[in-house]
Design a protein around this ligand. Sequence first.
Ligand code: SAJ
Length: 433
Amino acid sequence: MDITVIGLGYVGLPTALLLASKGYEVLGVDINETHLKRIEDGTVYFDEPIWQKLLKENTLNHNFKTSDTLTKSDTYIIAVPTPVKDSKLDMTYIFNVLDEIADVLERGNVIILESTVKPGITKEIGEILYQKTQLIPGKDFYLAHVPERVIPGNSYYELINNSRLIGGINDISSQKVYDIYNSFVKGEMIKCESEYAEISKIVENSFRDLNIAFANEVLLISEKLGLDPWKVIENANRHPRVNILNPGIGVGGHCIPVDPWFLHQGYPEEAGLVLQARLRNDYMPIKVSKDIQSLLEKYKKKKVAILGCAYKPDSNDDRESPVYEIVKNLISVGVEVTLFDPNVKSHREFKIENTLESAVNDVDIIVIAVAHKEFLELSPSVLRSITPSIIILDCTNMINKDSYEANNFDMYLLGNLKVKGEKELYENATVSR
Ligand code: SAJ
């Protein structure tokens, strides 16, 4: 095998398939049996059809094979998760992979780390492998950190066209890795020291977290002023150099709510803003739960349908979705909740209804949590015909308020729970984290 990719998730599998399509013989390794079986059956679980096609083609021409065991290879690409536990980076998956690589590592091999890590880890990995094998990093084998930057949902385009940082532990490592990625990357490739690649990746995602946190803070402040936050942001964004992002129910996914903790863990004194942004964004699902509770109290009702489980619009990815935090909070205070998402069919803890109708046919309040196109295109008269509810809370600011009001719904907007001149509603909220 030319290249072994370890971890066949959102990053590993697409990378493996692109390399296979360029003629490399690629072995994809994963420890999750169900996941491997699905891939062996020709199924890719994320929603870009191109990956399904590439999987089929490369399996047929034998350029791509899968296994649960790592074997000898020229190049190893590590794309396993680096989760955060109790606000700390958990490197267990990487350490396990290193044990396996050490058993087969040979002179001249190349190791590429795609998983997000904190600064310094790539060189530490070199040292760990040296201790295990006596092979000298940068001389006997080559090592680099190449962080991925793709957005789930557009990964084919972005894997090929995004700019990539090639962070070698020395020049020759960077060059070896550059030559491999050069087979499929059309974006700019910058060779740099491994520390630059490591810090850049976590700074990028922290930047986005911070900006979303600011939008959420503007929402909270505007609301306190009794103003519509969405209008405040729209007005501020008329400035040519201001671009405030969208406030919302919180930040999900496996990257943006996770990576800032890597910065904070390494540099707690310096990363004060980063910490505050995390806390601000983590507060949003609590706030939304309080708002829903307030509406229920106001109308003396107790059943809620939440529309949308994915962590972002038009995606089937519900990793770290703030929606589940809201559901948990509501259930803990005795609210009855139904859930529906056109793209997410099941969850290990909560029941997800099969149809929109079964989610809304017996509820008092409907919450639009995620701006999936199916919800934006939903006709108010159709919704009216399948639900007794008259109350909608739109957390996306994407729903056409007027057309719903014309169909006799009471429309509320996240951050502006006033309807037809009403005053504040949430003095009595009791949900706590
Ligand atoms: N969100 C808001 N308001 C906004 C934009 C996003 O609340 O204005 C929320 C979304 O609803 C979602 C979360 O933020 O819950 C994250 O979504 P996202 O689309 O911003 O980002 P991800 O997590 O899908 O992908 C990010 C990307 N990083 C940046 O944009 C800096 C991607 O390029 C990275 O490759 C990816 O993280 C990763 O793997 O690190």
